[in-house]
Design a protein around this ligand. Structure first.
Ligand code: GLP
Length: 261
């Protein structure tokens, strides 16, 4: 493992080591501050981390009983209670197994009649609690964080946003490969909402993330690559495995990115 770079990149041999390191960060935070406010992402990248946290909870070594957990983003348009919703994902993976009381799990109301008002309410809640102690992020293959797609301004707040076509394509794997089933809209924490967290850990594993990690290492801040917003944050680390930290080059081509071996 070594750390380098202005946007501190910490690289590990394997996905398992990355997952253990992120789980250790969460456990350490909650040990020091059981009342910590943490925002967790969904997606496959963090699933091993969540598994490690569940195992620790089962052994009585970890609990979110006093913590507050916030969803990073959520689809708009799925039926209430859908197993594909991000709320269901975080409930299954984290909330129930790690002893987080239901009322301490916070999320935007994507079923409200006024979604803009619902977004503002969620933003206000995050502000009122004083922001996150820890924001954990995955990254999209186009460099998105949350659902802040290429072109998102740095000062964006929690809002209704549209998924980029490549994001819907990537997420079709959770909908039996059918892109038509992937919602087109969401409510996501904005970039400036994310940046209000005290500490941020971005996680990228696997070859499919090599392009966005490479771009993140070499790019200056640009709206074409939303994760570069993290360059303005004083306490961000990026945890990668060997595959994501490969030797591939990434070039930005308008608002889209591409890979070159
Ligand atoms: C999704 C989510 C992000 C997530 C990212 C990566 O679309 N909106 O919050 O971090 O894409 O997902 P995965 O870890 O499955 O690659």
């Amino acid at each position: 493992m070594r750390a380098n770079n202005s946007l501190e990149i910490v690289d590990f041999e394997s996905e398992l080591e990355v997952s253990q390191a992120i789980a250790d960060e969460v456990v350490e935070l909650v040990t020091v501050n059981p009342f910590a406010k943490i925002s967790f992402p969904t997606g496959s990248t963090l699933q091993k981390t969540y598994g490690i946290l569940r195992d620790s909870a089962r052994l009585g070594r970890f609990s979110l009983a006093k913590a507050q957990v916030f969803l990073l983003d959520e689809y708009v348009g799925l039926p209430r209670g859908s197993i594909d919703s991000y709320l269901s994902f975080i409930s299954r993976e984290i909330q129930e197994p790690c002893g987080l009381p239901l009322e301490a799990l916070h999320f935007p109301d994507v079923h409200a009649s006024d979604l803009h008002e619902a977004s503002e309410k969620y933003e206000d809640l995050i502000r009122v609690v004083g922001g996150m102690d820890l924001q954990i992020l995955g990254i999209g293959s186009n460099g998105h964080i949350g659902f802040n797609e290429p072109g998102t301004p740095l000062n964006s707040r929690t809002r209704v946003a549209h998924l980029a076509p490549e994001t819907r394509e990537a997420n079709a794997r959770y909908f039996n490969g059918d892109i038509n089933m992937v919602p087109k809209r969401c409510i996501t924490q904005g970039l400036s909402t994310i940046l209000s967290a005290k500490k941020i850990l971005l996680v990228a594993t696997g070859l499919s993330k090599a392009g966005s990690v490479s771009a993140l290492r070499t790019s200056r801040m640009t709206e074409s690559l939303p994760a570069t917003a993290l360059l303005t944050h004083g306490d961000t680390r990026i945890f990668v495995d060997r595959q994501a930290y490969g030797n591939r080059e990434f070039f930005l081509d308008g608002s889209q990115g591409g890979l070159r071996s």
